[in-house]
Design a binder for this molecule. Structure first.
Ligand SMILES: Cc1cc2nc3c(=O)[nH]c(=O)nc-3n(C[C@H](O)[C@H](O)[C@H](O)COP(=O)(O)OP(=O)(O)OC[C@H]3O[C@@H](n4cnc5c(N)ncnc54)[C@H](O)[C@@H]3O)c2cc1C
Length: 435
């Protein structure tokens, strides 16, 4: 039995791993169009050290990812640290890590600070989930935190995650996220611990791909899938770099628009509704500097005039000694594919960002920048429409032998490495049970 997996991100590799576990005799091949595995959780090498193209950390409740870490014998490589979060509002920096920080958070009236503090508890008790699919995050959150709490805190945070699509997201997404974070904080006390891996998340990516190769999975890099061959509603294989490869089963883990395009001969009744799902792009700058910039790990930028939504100073989380004493600073931005900013040159983007950074941190000196990398990804974040559960695709598709497991199916959970591992595990269970 020959099985192909399309995509070498966490979902693709986890799918191969669990399939091998559930169906040991299957012959499995994985195809990744890039020159390395990892996808959105991929890394680059800066000064001899691996670092993610896009800032990454784990939460204590990331059960699926942590189970995989344990299975691969990497528990010793996990690092858990308290995170330091701040807010930049109207030119002022506010710490925003503990309940005491919230009590002192002047941009909200005192009453609204209390209201904000209680909101997580009240939201965690909310039960009418059907309704949450029909209203936006804004409509829902204003009920709990008030207009001021929404404008000052939640709206800027949603903009970091969804760019200008922040007001389209169904409330069930924020409900799910708040409930998870509330539970994980209640277990661990008031402070939040975030996770990372020694040597970056490349440590897991590499161990996972090495394990797959040892188990006989063939990993093909630089292998662009051009078509999923469908004849008479049956999946027959793949066209890879212009060559046809026959497979009994195909599991696709790419973003939905890529998948839909690959299914050239698929049924319109199945594919057309999927075409309505949009994705935001990610545009992330990573600067290497010879001087610390601020003292927060994560600074939310609550200011519409500033083109990036967050500053993530990685070396305020992981010791800069791991990076030859350098400071690593990410600038976060999600944007729609039509946004002209996406097509600005790297130089213009960085020049623009530096001007804003000088305002945010007056002590910052441009001469401290040693290098920078600008990374862009077209399909970074699905934008789920209202009542998405009605069209959310299943793992098993109506095309015989074809399965799908990608970030669009994580809803209403938050996209992340943890849920990509979950996708891999669940789609493998479905394949096993079907065949
Ligand atoms: C800015 C940013 C920050 C993030 N921060 C975090 C975080 O802190 N914690 C966290 O857990 N998660 C975070 N994530 C999310 C996390 O990276 C993703 O959810 C996860 O990596 C998705 O994995 P995946 O395998 O499902 O998809 P992808 O990583 O998108 O993998 C899909 C793969 O398919 C390949 N592919 C596409 N088309 C083809 C084709 N035609 N032929 C062959 N191969 C193809 C792609 O090259 C890619 O490697 C972040 C993401 C971004 C963008």
């Amino acid at each position: 039995m020959k099985i192909a997996i399309v995509g070498g991100g966490i979902a693709g590799m986890s799918t191969a791993y669990y399939l091998k576990k559930f169906i040991p005799n299957a012959s499995i091949e994985l195809f990744e169009r890039g020159s390395d595995i990892g996808g959105l959780a991929g890394v680059m090498n800066i000064g001899g050290t691996y670092i993610e193209k896009y800032y990454h950390h784990l939460f204590t409740h990331d059960k699926y990812y942590l189970d995989l870490v344990e299975e691969l014998g990497l528990t010793e490589s996990l690092i858990w640290k308290e995170s330091k979060v701040g807010f930049y509002h109207n030119g002022v920096h506010y710490p925003f890590t503990t309940p005491f920080d919230l009590l002192r958070f002047k941009p909200l009236s005192f009453l609204n600070r209390i209201r904000f503090g209680l909101s997580s508890l009240l939201i965690s008790k909310y039960k009418n989930l059907d309704k949450l699919e029909k209203i936006t995050t804004e409509e829902f959150m204003v009920q709990f935190v008030g207009r001021q709490g929404w404008e000052v805190i939640w709206k800027p945070m949603l903009r970091i995650k969804f760019g200008e699509n922040y007001n389209k997201i169904p409330a069930v997404w924020i409900w799910e996220r708040i409930v998870q974070r509330f539970r994980s904080r209640s277990n661990g006390g008031q402070k939040e611990f975030l996770g990372y891996m020694k040597g970056s998340f490349h440590t897991l990516n590499k161990k996972l791909s090495d394990t797959l190769v040892e188990q006989g999975v063939k990993i093909n890099l630089n292998s662009n899938i051009e078509e999923i061959i469908i004849e008479d509603n049956k999946c027959k294989g793949l066209v890879v770099n212009d060559l046809t490869h026959k497979f009994d089963y195909v599991i696709c883990t790419t973003a939905l628009p890529v998948y839909v395009n690959l299914c050239k001969n698929g049924p319109a009744s199945y594919l057309n509704p999927l075409k309505t799902i949009e994705y935001d792009c990610a545009l992330v700058v990573l600067m290497t500097l010879n001087k610390q910039v601020g003292d927060m790990y994560w600074l939310n930028i609550a200011d519409n005039e500033i083109p990036f939504g967050g500053l993530i100073e990685h070396t305020n989380f992981i010791d800069k000694e791991e990076y030859n004493g350098k400071t690593l600073l990410y600038f976060s931005k999600y944007l729609s594919v039509n946004d002209p900013f996406l097509r600005e040159s790297d130089e213009n983007i960085v020049k623009n960002y530096i001007n804003h950074l000088k305002n945010i941190y007056p002590a910052f000196n441009e001469d401290s920048i040693e290098s920078y990398v600008v990374s862009r990804d077209r399909y970074a974040q699905p934008i789920w429409p209202m009542q998405y559960s009605k069209i959310k695709p299943d793992y098993k598709t109506p095309i015989e032998g074809l399965y799908l497991s990608n970030t669009s199916q994580i809803y209403p959970n938050d996209r992340g490495m943890n849920f990509s591992v979950k996708l891999g595990k669940e789609v493998s269970e479905v394949v096993r049970d079907t065949i």
